[in-house]
Design a protein around this ligand. Structure first.
Ligand code: AMP
Length: 564
């Protein structure tokens, strides 16, 4: 069973896996290394729900039923600041649902249906999960998913829910900038003065985030964040397209540019923009742009930069503001990490490098894959930790002694293989047989614990109660197989039991049992004191075995232990 790392992005998502000592980005069914976070419901044809590139291609012809930007809605309330403005940019309908949650309204098989944003995100996750299963040839049921550092608890929880809806156990939700830093292994490097300080510059298609992280006690702490949730590569495309349309209209007076023509122009501009990241000029061509007329122009890198100069410099203003918030001079930054497709723009790189005194930028990993790469590394680390957990006893092991008391021999979290011994005795005079009942659990009474097995030791020394010495040994081998041996120190009589299947408690079951035991601590304490009183083993010394419940209650109350 594999655990993947997933960057669930606003415009694109990416999935990666750590295997054979390296991270591999998992291609989707179209061969793409990133998948558009788009979902579309079509009203005709064989396949009614499309996800990824095919869904994005539907945007122009099926705008009301094609969803992108679900990440802008996830975990937010109708009354949240900025939500209405975000919604005004969407092509599909969003309504207020129960508890102020936004609901996406789509037509499915001719009927109006409402979807929670996490359901739409789940469809994207499911698509990534399926691609990963095809690529890896095994089930993918666990994932680490990333979210922006500024996401609140509700947005994080909703993202986790999206994972669960997609059939993924979300091992952890981690911050996108942290994943970016992990991708470059910066967690393993020393800082110039103390903990390493890293700035993550994340400029994607529609969002811009800057975060400063500092390494403290082996973990990255987010020191400050800033950005603009409505700035990215799409804005750069729009600026260029707006300029070109204006120019076109000037040269072709009276012509109108339809919405569809604008969308085709935007697609051509985006392509040219990407070309301009490696060349200094690019052609933009749109056939039958308006009234059967083709559109053709050449865009220079310099023109692209001047059309977006305001946006580029606003990015640098955010960097300055975040440094100020973190109260750190730019000289203290050890690494500048580039994340997001738009950081391929040479002007952005140049501005950043110059600002940080000519520093070399961390850009060797594809900027649109770096977050998923970091998430995959985190998933791998968590997998190793789980493995380590298997190498300890998850619950305490012991035997039942008089009064249904759990007498622990091996404490929980003891590394295995392990061997522990305790000496027990008889409770009745001339007793030559003892029932040994083996339990696991954290409760003081065996009633609350789990019986693993029992056996009888015969031939115990015939003596007064409390005289025989029975040595009980718990041996746990590397495979977790438990052997419990009881031996009378005088007669050498011996008996044992081997328990190979201690029931496969899931992590959650174990956590639940430990939590429950913590909650019951007070009750367990009362149980212990009561047994001590009955058996005369406590501070009081005197046995109370013949006392009535009422007398016991009184005595315990006297000892200021409330008993219910
Ligand atoms: P992301 O959301 O991180 O995948 O980034 C997507 C954005 O990056 C889109 O606006 C793309 O147009 C933009 N982008 C991708 N490659 C390049 C490139 N080579 N040069 C400039 N922008 C790019």
């Amino acid at each position: 069973m594999a655990a993947v790392g997933i960057d669930l992005g606003t415009t694109f998502s990416c999935c990666a896996i750590f295997r054979d000592n390296r991270v591999e980005v998992i291609p989707n069914s179209d061969g793409g290394r990133t998948t558009p976070s788009w979902v579309s419901f079509v009203q005709s044809g064989d396949c009614e729900r499309l996800v990824g590139v095919t869904a994005k291609h539907q945007a122009a012809s099926n705008p009301k039923n094609t969803v992108n930007d679900a990440k802008r809605l996830i975990g937010r309330l109708w009354s949240d600041q900025g939500l209405q403005e975000d919604m005004s940019r969407l092509t599909y309908d969003v309504e207020e649902g129960e508890e102020e949650k936004p609901q996406i309204v789509l037509t499915v098989r001719g009927e109006k249906k409402r979807f929670a944003p996490e359901q739409i995100s789940a469809m994207v996750l499911e698509n990534l999960k399926k691609s990963a299963e095809t690529f890896l040839g095994c089930a993918v049921e666990q994932a680490v998913i990333t979210v922006p550092a500024h996401f609140n608890d509700a947005q994080r929880q909703a993202t986790k829910d999206a994972g669960a809806i997609a059939g993924l156990k979300v091992l952890r939700i981690i911050n996108e900038p942290t994943a970016g830093a992990l991708a470059y292994g910066l967690d393993k490097k020393e800082g110039s003065d103390g903990g390493r300080k890293v700035i993550i510059f994340d400029l994607g298609g529609g969002t811009f985030d800057v975060s400063i992280l500092a390494m403290e006690d082996g973990l990255f702490e987010v020191k400050a964040t800033g950005g603009n949730t409505r700035l990215g590569g799409e804005d750069f495309d729009r600026n260029v397209a707006t300029f070109l349309v204006k120019h076109f209209k000037k040269e072709n007076p009276g012509s109108t540019v339809s919405e569809r023509a604008t969308r085709r122009l935007l697609a051509a501009v985006e392509k040219a923009k990407c070309t301009l990241s490696v060349t200094t000029s690019a052609e933009i061509e749109v056939d039958s742009f308006t009234d059967g007329k083709d559109f053709h122009t050449t865009l220079s890198r310099a023109k692209f930069e001047s059309l977006n100069a305001d946006e580029f410099s606003s990015c640098m203003d955010v960097v300055k503001a975040v440094l100020k918030d973190a109260n750190m001079p730019k000289e203290s930054i050890d690494d500048v990490v580039l994340v997001g497709g738009s950081t391929r723009i040479p002007k952005i790189r140049q501005m950043l490098s110059e600002f940080f005194g000519g520093k070399e930028l961390c850009s060797s990993i594809n900027p649109d894959e770096a977050v998923a790469v970091g998430a995959a590394i985190q998933a791998h680390i968590l997998g190793l930790l789980l493995l380590l957990l298997l190498l300890v006893t998850p619950l305490s092991l012991g035997i039942e002694t008089e009064g249904r008391v759990m007498s622990t021999v091996v404490k929980r979290n003891t590394p295995i293989p392990a061997s522990k011994q305790s000496v027990f005795t008889t409770t009745e005079d001339w007793q030559t047989e003892i029932d040994v009942c083996v339990f696991e659990g954290e409760r003081a009474s065996t009633d609350g614990n789990h019986l693993l097995g029992k056996f009888v030791i015969s031939g115990v020394e015939r003596a007064k109660a409390g005289v025989p010495q029975i040595l009980v040994t718990f041996d746990i081998d590397a495979n977790g197989i438990l052997k419990v041996t009881a031996m009378d120190k005088v007669t050498n009589a011996k008996a044992n039991i081997v328990i190979s299947n201690r029931g496969r408690n899931s992590d959650e079951d174990i956590q639940k049992m430990v939590e429950e035991a913590k909650l019951m601590q007070e009750e367990d304490e009362r149980f212990r004191r009561k047994q001590e009183l009955i058996l005369g083993a406590g501070d009081e010394g005197l046995p109370y075995q013949d006392a009535s419940e009422e007398e016991l209650r009184k005595k315990i109350e006297e000892l200021s232990i409330k008993i219910k």
